[in-house]
Design a binder for this molecule. Sequence first.
Ligand code: NAP
Ligand code: GCO
Length: 264
Amino acid sequence: MNNQFSLQGKTAWVTGASYGIGFAIASALAEAGANIVFNDIGQAQVDKGLAAYKESGVPARGYVCDVTDEGAVKETVAKIEREVGVVDVLVNNAGIIKRIPMTEMSAEDFRKVVDVDLNAPFIVAKAVIPAMIKKGGGKIINICSMMSELGRETVSAYAAAKGGLKMLTRNIASEYGAYNIQCNGIGPGYIETPQTAPLRERQADGSRHPFDQFIIAKTPAARWGTTDDLKGPAVFLASSASDFVNGHILYVDGGILAYIGKQP
Ligand code: NAP
Ligand code: GCO
């Protein structure tokens, strides 16, 4: 059974993984035996990531690549294939959010969020699928969100992108399942990372942020998730243990989507 979860000899690319969820997922895939590559927008961020991986004892290669730049993505895939090997596992993790009321959000800002959170997963998946087909198969994991299913104030662009990413996941599964490529999503709940730090800031009186309290009440587990909570699900979807799982969004949310919320 343990062999089913082994990634020995596999090359795994986690995008935007200098820190946060991507870093945790890359570390977990490495622990399962994968050779890790990651990218970030600038050399400074890549160097920061390399130092963090080294400190954690995780061998990793870092590449400077803006995932919204198709030319840069194609070049990065060619470098990875030359220097490490064909990408067996792709985790489309890189993402941004802009929390602005829709009527106050510029079309430019809306496009920026969709570009990173939806267009880029298309660009990167499109770049790695041909070599996966030649190799006889592969795994693609798109990092979706609660906002793939739910809306809330100020996150219109993010929800539109993550909802689209859910359907892109299902379409890749549909179009390339015949080539032994499984494409699934992970939908994290509310996770403690820099991206959600503003939602957890302590108030001047030391009390919890109202949104923090809201999430605690909405989550049966009565806590925020940590990046460690995502490690097992990522290894499962990256390994042969999930070879007949395709087009599925695995929500790792402590039960938020199942729960009406604690009565105030
Ligand atoms: P984060 O802390 O903000 O990290 C995002 C990472 O993506 C950073 O390393 C960032 O690099 C990188 N990135 C952004 N734009 C990029 C681009 N154009 N090219 C390459 N890299 C880029 O976010 P996180 O909380 O770890 O979230 C990671 C993923 O999980 C995102 O897709 C997010 O939407 C999703 N998610 C997060 C949560 C949560 O509660 N935290 C829940 C559900 C889903 P820089 O530092 O250089 O900007
Ligand atoms: C927000 C949060 C969420 C989380 C995550 C939830 O502002 O609502 O940032 O969007 O990032 O996507 O799954």
